[in-house]
Design a protein around this ligand. Structure first.
Ligand SMILES: Cc1ncc(COP(=O)(O)O)c(C=O)c1O
Length: 455
């Protein structure tokens, strides 16, 4: 692929370079126009107006370059505009953009389904349903679970995020604002405490989080609210994403699998954020050895092209023609981007995610001792959460300090996003190098010190 001169400039940059005050004059203009016409439901933490991206670098409309540790909400797994992904998109767009895999066959759909089936957890045969977004994969999983089991109840967890369409929103229990005034939501959804090993939850002791959370499902939920024989599926994020990058203990996920097998309940792993190599393995559940009946994936799958997949055990995906479909799901251009993305992930990006994650954990190992507002640092690979507190003993949440740190990182050229009430997520492209990881750590370190000095 031929790079234009301006593309080459950004491709050469590995670290931020700011040339205007932020936001710059052009960014200010766009933000002003946006506020008049674009839905006010979006949450923008700071005024980045993106124009171009290469690798882990993003350039704004005023010519400022930023190091991107947000990756479009953990999406651009192979970095912005990787040449292989761009070439695959361009080739496919010139050949065929759309026919609809609901009604016709494509080679790419089959190739990607075969690939996803081969990398999905567990050895048994799989089938794949394609959608356009994370929420569509979750909706499809909800429908398939009801269809296959002929049961109607779903269980999800406090703090979870599974999407914003009516079905997936009924599972989502992350922030009240996401549900407010959208009810009544789907009947038959029950929520259980998530095994948070840092802060626990009502009835969940941090040091016994896995056992307590499992006991709640068996001894409370199944006895008082929902007979397990009527439960179609349990939806779980192996690492809660929007909820704050909180990893469930391995014993909890293994126990959940046992519980599901005992009662004929389907186990659905929502790997929309944690999948596609972000944690240093294909799937976060690959760190635990469990084999969910259904895996939902989206975000990182096609390096930014809209695509999602619901991968189910072949004997579970037993619905009949016409039961479920989508006009755009499995679009050929998105599929081509996904095949190129998967090639790059296999070749080096997943291993790099594991290496860079270890590096960041090593570099931040002393932060809790040095920074009194750092409560917890957790995660796997390049899915890292940092939780901010007012007091390490009481663990009082410090959302204001978290917000201040995100804003001052932006002003130093580092893009990060919040997660949960008081955490920052580090979710860079999986192709960052050590110099970039080190820059991000040093920048955040400085921003945290600044926030502490303001106390
Ligand atoms: C775990 C999880 N599931 C589902 C979704 C919904 O994905 P989308 O925004 O593509 O609909 C998200 C989005 O953040 C997510 O993190």
């Amino acid at each position: 692929m031929q790079l234009r001169e301006e593309d080459m400039q950004i491709a050469e940059k590995k670290l931020p370079h700011l040339v205007t005050a932020l936001p710059g004059p052009k960014a200010k203009q766009i933000v002003k126009r946006d506020h008049k016409v674009v839905s006010p439901s979006y949450t923008r933490d700071y005024p980045l107006v993106a124009k171009a991206g290469r690798g882990a670098m993003v350039e704004d409309v005023d010519g400022n370059t930023f190091l991107d540790f947000a990756a479009g909400i953990a999406v651009v797994a192979t970095g912005h505009c990787h040449p292989d992904v761009v070439a695959a998109i361009q080739k496919q767009a010139a050949e065929l953009i759309h026919m609809s895999c609901t009604d016709f066959y494509y080679t790419g759909t089959v190739e990607l389904a075969e690939k996803l089936a081969s990398i999905a957890p567990g050895k048994g045969a799989k089938r794949v349903y394609f959608g356009n977004s994370g929420t569509e994969a979750v909706e499809a999983a909800m429908k398939l679970a009801r269809y296959h089991t002929k049961r109607d109840i779903f269980i999800a967890f406090h703090g979870c995020f599974h999407g914003r369409t009516m079905g997936s929103l009924s599972l989502t229990a992350s922030k009240a604002v996401q549900r407010k005034r959208f009810g009544p939501l789907l009947a038959g959804v029950f929520h259980a405490p998530y095994p948070n090993t840092y802060r626990g939850a009502p009835g969940i002791r941090p040091e016994h989080a896995a056992a307590d959370a499992l006991a709640y499902i068996e001894n409370e939920l199944f006895k008082r609210l929902a007979d397990p024989e009527e439960v179609a599926a349990i939806f779980v994020e192996p690492i809660q994403g929007e909820g704050g990058y909180i990893a469930a203990p391995t014993e909890f996920l293994q126990g959940l699998e046992r519980l599901c097998r005992k009662h004929g309940i389907l186990l659905v792993a929502d790997e929309v954020q944690s999948g596609m190599g972000r944690t240093g393995k294909w799937w976060a559940v690959d760190h635990t050895g469990i084999e969910p009946d259904i895996v939902c994936t989206a975000k990182g799958i096609a390096s930014g092209m809209p695509l999602s997949a619901m991968i189910a055990k072949a004997d579970v995906m037993d619905w009949k023609p016409g039961a479920h479909a989508s006009t755009f799901g499995g679009n050929p251009v998105s599929i081509a981007a996904a095949l190129a993305t998967i090639g790059l992930l296999e070749r080096s990006a997943i291993a790099n995610a594991a290496r860079m994650g270890d590096f960041i954990f090593r570099q931040t190992a002393g932060w809790r001792e040095r920074h009194k507002i750092v409560g917890d640092i957790r995660g796997k690979g390049l899915m890292i959460g940092i939780e901010f507190v007012r007091d390490q003993k009481t663990k009082e949440r410090a959302p204001d300090l978290r917000d201040r740190i995100i804003d001052s990182a932006f002003r130093k050229g580092l893009l990060v996003l919040g997660a949960g009430e008081n955490s920052i997520r580090l979710a860079p492209p999986l192709v960052i190098d050590e110099e970039q990881a080190d820059f991000a750590v040093r920048t955040l370190d400085a921003c945290i010190s600044e926030a502490e000095r303001s106390l």
